[in-house]
Design a protein around this ligand. Structure first.
Ligand code: ADP
Length: 399
């Protein structure tokens, strides 16, 4: 069975074609600069190819991608009927979608009502789905939501202490994001340990350009650091994460900025990059820190401190901790950050094994010594495979 996974961004469309019998990627790629000048597709089968092609919109991009999949040299299939289903990554399911679903026109109309919740991503996500409806009308389309895994967070953790009618009228509450990643690594971690997910208190740390923490009890998410939008929580590449909300009107008045401009400052001009003026990439921050840059040193300490604080809070929320999982760009590759986080948790009897921590990358690994009270694991995330697995399950009517 072949499943195509599509992740449409505002000006890009990422794709991966899986053969699910072997859970293997047949071809993958990304169409970039959709709707702009000099658009192109970076395509990969056995080798990497760049195809310069005009891509005025997502439908045109998908058409080119489907042609590539069927290309005798670059593709993997002969005709579109060899794609059994398509899985779409969707940013926001609001309260309507608490798990992945088979999409139809009615559900797409519901999604259009959530555009306000993700003005950059949702139109692109919907554009990708509609393009598939029109180009592959007989192929089942599945939606997998970044918010869905967090739907189990109880009201005491997902509500804000604002007037309740703001929740009732506008659905202002914590939604959380990176759900496919947290769910995937939580499942993989339980399998790796050979223990039932339903018996574990777990904290999953998705540390990439965007970062979030989730507290997972018996396989269900009970809290997460991102909130109404992906801005809340940890210090990120360009986002500030938690801060006193009264700073927003203060900045607006001082700098004569509109609410949208302050929003942009907090989302795009803050975090590692905004604080240091160096870069949103943790590798550049690490290097600047080694070269003695004081702001890089400070932002790194803030990044680690915020994570440690969340781990402490979530351990209390869970009433204990069995497993902690590192994933995504920083979580999978930055052994120094992992070590610094774990060392600050030594009071919880977490004992990292330096040799294991400095060892192989890109592989599921236990990072702790045998006598560590909490298991700390590195589990590479794979959001596309997670979506493909959900798609496979839904089209095969499996629970
Ligand atoms: P996203 O999907 O949110 O763009 P990723 O999960 O790909 O993010 O993570 C990207 C980030 O991972 C980069 O911005 C960089 O900071 C970090 N990263 C990647 N490799 C390393 C490394 N070897 N050391 C430290 N940080 C790394």
């Amino acid at each position: 069975m072949n499943i195509l996974v599509i992740n449409s961004g505002s000006s890009s469309l990422k794709y991966k074609l899986f053969n699910m019998d072997e859970e293997k990627v047949l071809v993958s790629g990304v169409a970039e600069r959709i709707g702009g000048e000099h658009s192109f597709i970076k395509h990969e089968n056995h080798e990497k190819t760049i195809i310069n092609v005009n891509l005025p919109n997502h439908k045109a991009a998908l058409k080119e991608v489907l042609n590539l999949l069927m290309d005798a040299k670059l593709g993997a299939i002969k005709n579109l009927s060899e794609i059994d289903a398509v899985g779409h990554r969707i940013l926001h399911g609001q309260e309507a979608f608490s798990e992945s679903v088979i999409l139809d026109q009615e559900k797409v109309e519901t999604l259009k009502g959530f555009i306000e919740m993700g003005p950059l991503h949702m139109p692109a996500n919907i554009g990708g789905i509609e393009a598939c409806f029109s180009l592959m009308p007989d192929t089942p389309q599945i939606g997998a939501f970044d918010t869905a895994f967090h739907a189990t967070i109880p009201a005491k953790a997902h509500l804000y202490a604002l007037p309740y009618e703001l929740y009732e009228k506008y659905k202002i509450r914590r939604y959380g994001f990176h759900g496919t990643s947290h769910k995937f690594v939580a499942n993989r971690a339980a399998k790796f340990l050979g223990r039932p997910l339903e018996s574990l208190k777990m904290i999953t740390l998705h540390l990439g350009n965007g970062s979030s923490v989730a507290a997972v009890e018996d396989g269900k998410c009970i809290d997460t650091s991102m909130g109404f939008t992906p801005l809340e929580g940890l210090v990120m590449g360009t986002r500030c994460g938690d801060m006193d909300p009264a700073i927003v009107p203060f900045i607006g008045k001082k700098l004569n900025m509109t609410p949208d401009e302050v929003d942009e400052l907090m989302n795009k001009k803050s975090g590692l990059k905004g604080f240091t003026g160096i870069s949103n990439d943790m590798r550049d921050i690490q290097q600047a820190k080694e070269e003695g840059n004081k702001l890089a040193q400070l932002v790194y300490e803030m990044f680690i401190y915020r994570i440690v604080k969340y781990i402490g809070a979530y351990t209390a929320a869970l009433g204990g901790l069995d497993v902690m999982v590192f994933t995504a760009g920083i979580g999978e590759n930055d052994f120094e950050a992992r070590k610094d986080i774990c060392e600050k948790l030594s009071f919880m009897d977490i004992k990292i094994d330096e040799k294991l921590n400095n060892g192989l990358r890109g592989k599921e690994t236990r990072l702790t010594a045998a006598d560590s009270k909490v298991e700390v694991l590195l589990i590479p995330t794979n959001e596309e495979l997670s979506i493909a697995l959900d798609t496979y399950r839904l089209v095969n009517n499996k629970k």
